[in-house]
Design a protein around this ligand. Structure first.
Ligand SMILES: C[S@@+](CC[C@H](N)C(=O)[O-])C[C@H]1O[C@@H](n2cnc3c(N)ncnc32)[C@H](O)[C@@H]1O
Length: 333
């Protein structure tokens, strides 16, 4: 990514330990600590033997002379990182904010500058990306967004509310595709062992667990923010004893097997581009994790061409086909 390359430009980093959010270039140069929400990034940091945590709330009382925040696709998630960075900077320390034009760095910097009441200092600006610096003063800092709540409507079990933290998929309302998938649960026999791949705040797996009180569930997501949120939601619904929530990347094996129901609303974006790779990896993970007579239920935008690869994995059935979404059933034997 172009913005990453700018981090090592002359004049960007000072000779001091850095706390870097959603990146590791600066930490590799100066030492310090990375905050990495994505499990795949955490693996990379581990390979470089860098110190990292999965959330800014794990920084405790650490203080840094410089913090570097990488702009992400999600503004609320970026602002949460900016809030943590501000809180962990020494007075007079340097807040560096970095990103590419494709993610809207110009408007993000403008907004941050307004909130901080400061003029940004441009420390690098090339290759359609920039890095700016602000000073940690005694002001309130960035305006960090609150968590949202959304309602999972009554489909097969009484409706309930879920907390969705900044950056977690579908924060204000249940995704209509997920809602369609949940409706298909009404037509099937009770499940015993449920796997939710890419669980987000947990609407699919937690709905299924509420529907079938004897079932147990494993909810997995590559984003630590989603894992925390789904885990807290499971606790709030009194489901923790039957539900495990784990930080997992699609490149890793699923930590358990023999599931009779796998629920998937797969990701299909890498940045702004459509990227079906993660979805295909989730389908393969589902195939390996299913019990012999198990079923995977997959919801997708109806234009996404998943059918061919799914037919190579097992028996495919189209359960729902609306103007926008389709729900596919995969059975392996
Ligand atoms: C379309 S959302 C669905 C979320 C949730 N199941 C729902 O229905 O609201 C896809 C989920 O996949 C997760 N995801 C994306 N890439 C992943 C990866 N490489 N490994 C594991 N999970 C990933 C995202 O964090 C996101 O929560």
């Amino acid at each position: 990514m172009a913005a990453e390359e700018l981090v090592l430009d002359e004049g960007v980093l000072e000779d001091a330990r850095v706390c870097e959010f959603q990146g590791m270039q600066a930490v590799r140069r100066c030492g310090g600590l990375s905050v990495l929400s994505w499990r795949a990034d955490w693996h990379k940091a581990e390979a470089y033997e860098l110190r990292s945590v999965s959330s800014g709330s794990q920084l405790q009382d650490a203080r840094f002379a410089q913090c570097l925040v990488h702009l992400q696709k999600s503004r609320p998630a970026t602002w949460q990182d900016l809030g943590h960075a501000w809180a962990h900077l020494e007075p007079g320390g340097r807040l560096l904010f970095c990103g590419g034009n494709e993610l809207g760095i110009t408007s993000a910097v403008k907004r941050l500058a307004e909130q901080l009441g400061q003029k940004p200092q441009i420390v690098s600006n090339r290759r359609r990306a920039r890095i700016v610096a602000f000073e940690r003063d005694a002001g309130e800092g960035p305006l960090v967004p609150e968590s949202d709540h959304f309602q999972v409507p009554q489909t097969t079990e009484p409706g309930f509310s879920l907390r969705a933290d900044p950056g977690v998929f579908s924060t204000r309302r249940l995704d209509p595709g997920s809602e369609l998938l949940l409706k298909t649960l009404a037509d099937r026999a009770p499940a015993q062992r449920i796997l939710d791949l890419g669980c987000g705040a947990g609407p699919l797996g937690l709905s299924a667990l509420r529907r079938w009180p004897d079932a147990t569930g494993l909810l997995l997501d590559g984003d630590a923010r989603a894992v925390k949120c789904a885990s807290d939601n499971a606790a709030a619904l009194g489901l923790s004893a039957r539900c495990q929530v784990e930080w997992w990347d699609i490149r890793e094996p699923v930590p358990m097997a023999e599931f009779d129901l796998v629920l998937i609303n797969p990701p299909f974006h890498g940045g702004k581009e459509v990227d079906l790779g993660p979805a295909h990896a989730m389908f393969e993970a589902a195939r390996l994790a299913l019990a012999p007579d198990g079923q995977a239920l997959i919801v997708a935008n109806r234009t996404l061409p998943y059918e061919r690869s799914l037919r190579e994995l097992g028996t495919l059935e189209i359960l729902e086909d609306t103007r926008t979404f389709k729900v596919l059933s995969l059975q392996v034997s």
